[in-house]
Design a protein around this ligand. Structure first.
Ligand code: FAD
Length: 284
């Protein structure tokens, strides 16, 4: 299949890109890595009249760590995370997670921000953003706004972004060295989208959990933060029995989707298994 006809713009500045977005709104799409948009256009699932290619906007090609954490510009490719981009548990976690995203060539083009804007429920970066309190910076000709990840994802392929907004940057808060992390994903073949996954981060002091982050992805229509289970973890001594109990609660807490890849019952069991394995890794 080939895409339906479209007009193509390759702006040379962010201001020009935002002006094009303000002009074409729902008739246009931003082209970042093209690894989700181009297949969708080829299958004619997406038929934008106008493409705005942001790949020349060097101001969006920014990846740096500062006291507030990691700033991930819109042109940061998945492949940038193959090696830790920051010292400590956050860099190590991102380097582990990225290996589960698609295949090597796709990771060279696809972008972190594009994954969030696309909002596939099985996106690893959407889970990372949700579980680790990311903040998204949206820019438009009307101005800038920041959106917490927990408010950003509305459901499958839908976000809080307006038609004239560009996702310019994702900010991930730092994880101090005392945090330990775990990530578990199950997919049928390497490179396939996840059927289910979980991410855990635990701040453990003398065997007692001081703080916790726990999320699941690929199970329902967006990545979910299991805040009630985080509250149950805090103040508890780490043990296999505690992890088993939290996994059972995750089984009861999720609202799983069924599709051609897996039934809701399968995904419910997978959520519990993924939570158990992610927590076990974080607690090790
Ligand atoms: P594009 O394809 O360019 O855009 C995707 C959507 O986001 C479009 O609607 C576009 O308009 C919008 N968009 C992009 N950037 C912005 C922005 N800065 N502001 C506003 N809107 C924007 N992904 C996973 O997470 N896990 C996987 O396991 C996985 N497996 C894959 C396997 C295959 C075979 C393929 C082809 C893709 C797979 N992907 C997977 C998708 C891949 O990670 C994409 O790179 C990612 O989903 C989108 O990033 P992109 O930069 O390619 O965005």
């Amino acid at each position: 299949m080939k895409p339906a006809a479209f007009d193509y713009f390759r702006p040379a500045s962010l201001a020009e890109a935002l002006a094009l977005l303000a002009t074409y709104k729902d008739d246009c799409k931003i082209l970042a890595g093209g690894q989700s948009l181009v297949p969708a256009m080829n299958f004619r699932l997406a038929r934008p009249a106008v493409l705005i290619d942001i790949n020349d906007l060097s101001e969006l090609d920014d990846l740096r760590a500062d006291a507030d954490g990691l700033r991930i510009g819109a042109l940061t490719r998945h492949a940038a995370f193959h090696r830790p981009v920051v010292d400590g548990p956050l860099g190590t976690l991102l380097a582990k997670v990225v290996g589960h995203i698609a295949h090597y060539p796709i990771r060279q083009r696809g972008t972190f921000a594009g994954s969030l804007a696309h909002a596939d429920p099985a996106s690893e970066w959407c889970l990372v953003a949700t579980a680790l309190d990311a903040v998204v910076v949206a820019k438009s000709a009307r101005g800038d706004r920041t959106i917490a990840a927990c408010d950003f994802f509305h459901g499958t392929f839908t976000t809080d972004l307006s038609a004239d907004e560009l996702l310019a940057e994702v900010r991930l808060p730092p994880l101090a060295p005392c945090w330990r992390t775990g990530f578990y994903e199950f997919s049928r073949r390497a490179g396939d989208f996840a059927l289910g996954m979980a991410l855990a981060a635990l701040n453990i002091d003398a065997g007692v959990i001081k703080d916790a982050r726990l999320g699941i992805g690929g199970i329902s229509n967006r990545a979910i933060r299991l805040r009630k289970l985080e509250d149950r973890l805090v103040g508890q001594r780490v043990s296999p029995e505690l992890i088993d109990a939290i996994a059972r609660d995750a089984w009861a807490a999720v609202d799983p989707l069924g599709d051609i890849h897996a039934s809701p019952e399968y995904r419910r069991d997978l959520a519990a298994t993924a939570v158990k394995r992610a927590l076990t890794e974080a607690a090790a």
